[in-house]
Ligand binder design. Structure first.
Ligand SMILES: Cc1cc2nc3c(=O)[nH]c(=O)nc-3n(C[C@H](O)[C@H](O)[C@H](O)COP(=O)(O)OP(=O)(O)OC[C@H]3O[C@@H](n4cnc5c(N)ncnc54)[C@H](O)[C@@H]3O)c2cc1C
Length: 409
């Protein structure tokens, strides 16, 4: 008989409690300060490195958890601590995953350790794909990578925007166009090593939320990187481009598109889990507050108007987690995402986070509107989840196209 359980095993519970402890003792107490400073919380990242939460090993262990729940569990706990600080801690992982997914063994061994540095000298890395005119529409990307055969170097030119850790990172991973005729199939990713001339930081954005996470433009002006910095290597790129040209000639391309889609479907639940962390944090504050705040001679939770809001908040958070866990399990079990279940989980969880944090502000009344209480920050932070890693509208587009098999626009 097939075994089915929704209970975390003892190892998972231990890891969850360990991460939760770090989030409660180190991240949460630092949250208001770094939000106000709008700066990368280097000392907190360093603490995370010391205890082993800021390292490739940590993510690899969660990633290879055979139930698929390692990553969502870790994300939920870290983002429960604080979204801005947690993004500063996991932002490097976005770049590292780019190398892990497409890099050669040599590239993985050389560059990933440099992305993290070590506890005495921590580094961060950045993943640079978005551009001013290419956000949801990745196909509009203009940053060009041209191969200089004589020198075996790639020359990068263009402007990237919204890069988490952009400009303050040691290693930057830059996505660029190598063959404009092929649309997104003509893109390739490059490692830009620390201190490479031609890469500079443009404006740093002053943001509404997740303010402890650095977000900036990255400008590439005749930025030369060695041939060995093309992720996956030249041979693999040439083969891939030849296949894409062949498919384009034959009017195909679907299989390649599906492979890219599967990657997104597998990574989006992690963002859903981040949103659940923020939502759960705000819900907990609101529940405690509602039990202790007295008006009209009784705790405000005595009113159904308040209690029912909390019931809805908790129900939605749990429903979001079930969608995230289902999609995460599907990814490791190799189940096809026939209804875009990964996108579904990100869409639902991110919308829940926005709604639940707004309800938390309401339950705290005037206090909810001040920076004396954390729900104000959580509400601002939650707005990012429906925007990055594909906006809610793009998730709906993906789901609608997948379930209908129609070219919905
Ligand atoms: C804090 C932050 C951190 C980020 N970190 C990174 C990073 O590290 N690396 C990186 O590469 N990028 C990063 N991004 C970029 C992020 O992924 C983009 O902002 C996102 O993809 C949306 O692109 P856009 O901002 O250009 O919005 P647009 O694409 O211009 O969208 C504007 C609005 O139009 C809607 N819209 C667009 N097209 C359609 C359509 N076809 N149908 C219906 N509605 C549509 C969108 O849903 C949205 O509501 C980050 C962004 C932020 C804000």
């Amino acid at each position: 008989m097939a075994e089915f359980t929704m209970e975390l095993n003892d190892d998972q519970k231990q890891v969850r409690d360990w991460i939760h402890g770090f989030a409660a003792d180190v991240i949460r107490p630092a949250a208001a300060e770094w939000d106000e400073r709008e700066e990368t919380p280097w000392p907190v990242i360093q603490e995370a490195a010391k205890v082993g939460i800021y390292s490739l090993d940590f993510y690899a262990q969660q990633f290879f958890d055979p139930t698929g729940l390692g990553i969502p569990m870790a994300m939920e706990e870290l983002f429960w601590g604080d979204a801005g600080i947690a993004l500063s801690i996991v932002g490097t992982g976005l770049a590292a995953i780019g190398v892990l997914a497409n890099g050669t063994e040599e590239q993985i061994g050389t560059w990933i350790p440099q992305m993290y540095g070590d506890a005495t000298d921590v580094k961060v890395a950045a993943f640079c794909s978005s551009e001013p005119d290419a956000g949801s529409d990745v196909g509009a990307m203009r940053t060009r990578a041209v191969y200089d055969e004589a020198k075996d170097e790639w020359v990068l030119n263009g402007t990237k925007t919204w890069a988490t850790n952009g400009g303050i990172a040691g290693v930057h991973i830059v996505v660029a166009v190598v063959d404009p005729e092929l649309g997104t199939k003509g893109h390739a990713s490059f490692i830009v090593p620390p201190n490479t001339p031609g890469l500079s930081q443009g404006q740093k954005f002053k943001k509404h939320g997740i303010r402890a996470s650095h977000t900036a433009e990255v400008v590439l002006e005749d930025c030369r990187v060695p041939g060995s910095c093309l992720l996956g290597g030249k041979e693999k790129l040439d083969e891939r481009l030849a296949r894409a040209r062949e498919r384009a000639r034959a009017g195909g391309g679907e299989r390649l598109k599906n492979a890219a889609m599967a990657t997104f479907e597998a990574s989006r639940p992690a963002v859903g889990a981040m949103a659940i962390g923020t939502a759960r944090a705000a819900y907990e504050v609101a529940l405690d507050y509602a039990k202790t705040r007295t008006q009209f001679g009784r705790p405000i939770i005595d009113n159904q108007g308040v209690a029912f809001q909390l019931a809805d908040m908790r129900t939605q958070i749990d429903a979001a987690r079930l969608l995230v866990w289902r999609a995460s399990w599907m990814a490791v079990a190799g189940k096809p995402f026939t209804s875009a279940e990964g996108s579904m989980s990100k869409l639902f969880a991110s919308e829940v986070a926005k709604k639940v944090t707004a309800q938390a502000v309401q339950i705290l009344g005037g206090n909810g509107f001040t920076r004396e209480y954390p729900v104000e920050r959580m509400h601002r932070d939650s707005a990012i989840y429906t925007i990055f890693e594909g906006t809610s509208e793009i998730q709906r587009l993906v789901i609608a196209r997948t379930i209908s098999q129609m070219p919905i626009r």
